[in-house]
Design a binder for this molecule. Structure first.
Ligand SMILES: *Cc1c(COP(=O)(O)O)cnc(C)c1O
Length: 344
């Protein structure tokens, strides 16, 4: 049967109002990619759920198809979100599809090029806020309380409903939940969604390893971070909206929330790309955290099946790569020059 999108595939499992009018870009249905080299190294079966292959390049499309479909059905004409970038691109695309006006607030100067370009390409009105993501979210919440503009950040419950589908897909592909699930944690909507999804689907409950960036790790420190800093801009969030639920998910599942440094995150990004899967920095946090735990002897995954959720595509943040090396060397356009360059 032809694939017609997440809402059609999983509708009986999603708590969405009857007025919901489906807006889909055929999101979801992303691959679980086996990683043979990493698996051998860690003595386990390691799989990457590559969410970067969604229509706008991140998992945000799962929640956005639900949130925009509900907003459209309710008669909303304008939607708004605060975003570190991927929510903005996703909200812009689904709004465009639905014919809605979309406004996105981003922290000034802190959004990766590929994400900003996406939001603009899809026609959103983009406003930079001189402050953090958390400041932008506060503004958006106040505006949507006082006007009929619909809020599509992950405090919107329908976002969580849509994002549960990633857990369903993993269980459907493996015929049961994995032994571990590792993923990055920013505003904590995704970890909340996975845990809700696994509980609802009843194919097993994996311990969840949630990973924050060390410079932006409120859930590890136990208090908000005033000026969060990390190269992993998608998880540069000092006051997660669903922080309590994230801690609960980690604890109830028998997992934990830990931090990984920027260097560790970039190293993990390189390892994944070295096996053919290029993800944006935040998306490598799950692997970075897993490697930390295994190498320190705090976690043994021998013989187990581990799913690493890679939340966004590497193309979203090309400058993190291009700014880290010198421009490729130039040679004259002749054969001898090529041989000389290659040392042949
Ligand atoms: C949004 C996002 C995250 C963080 O997800 P939360 O639900 O905010 O915890 C991680 N990685 C990428 C690529 C994202 O876009």
């Amino acid at each position: 049967m032809a694939y017609t999108g997440l809402l059609n595939r999983y509708r009986p499992f999603l708590n969405l109002p009857a007025h919901t009018k489906t807006v889909s870009l055929l999101e979801g249905d992303t691959p679980l990619i086996p990683m043979p080299r990493l698996s051998r190294e860690l003595n386990c079966e390691l799989l990457v759920k590559f969410e970067g292959l969604n229509p706008t390049g991140s998992f945000k499309d799962r929640g956005m198809t639900a949130a925009i479909s509900e907003a459209l059905g309710r008669g909303a004409q304008t939607v708004i979100c605060a975003s570190t970038g991927n929510t903005a691109a996703s909200a812009a695309a689904y709004s465009a599809r639905a014919g809605l006006r979309s406004i996105v607030l981003i922290p000034a100067g802190k959004v990766a090029a590929g994400k900003l370009a996406g939001a603009i390409a899809y026609g959103a009105e983009v406003i930079q806020v001189q402050g953090s993501f958390d400041d932008a979210l506060t503004l958006v919440v106040e505006l949507t309380q006082k006007t009929p503009i619909a809020l599509v950040n992950s405090i919107n419950p329908f976002r969580i409903e849509g994002q549960k589908t990633a857990a369903f897909e993993i269980c459907d592909a493996l015929l049961s939940a994995p032994d571990w699930l590792c993923l990055p944690v920013g505003n904590a909507g995704n970890i909340t969604s996975y845990w809700a999804g696994f509980q609802q689907y009843q194919k097993g409950l994996p311990p969840i390893l949630g990973v924050q960036a060390a410079g932006s790790a409120p859930l590890v420190l136990g208090h908000p971070v005033e000026n969060p800093e990390t190269i992993a801009t998608a998880i540069r969030i000092g006051k997660p909206a669903r922080g309590e639920q994230a801690l609960e998910a980690a604890q109830q599942s028998g997992g934990k929330i830990i931090a990984a440094s920027d260097d560790e995150i970039l190293a993990a990004q390189k390892i994944l790309a070295g096996e053919g899967v290029w993800v944006e920095p935040a998306s490598a946090a799950g692997l970075a955290g897993l490697l930390n735990e295994v190498r320190a002897g705090r976690l043994d995954v021998k013989g187990q099946r581990v799913v690493i959720v890679c939340t966004g595509h590497g193309l979203k943040d090309p400058s993190i790569i291009t700014e880290s090396f010198l421009a490729p060397r130039a040679i004259q356009a002749n054969y001898d020059a090529l041989l000389a360059e290659l040392g042949l």
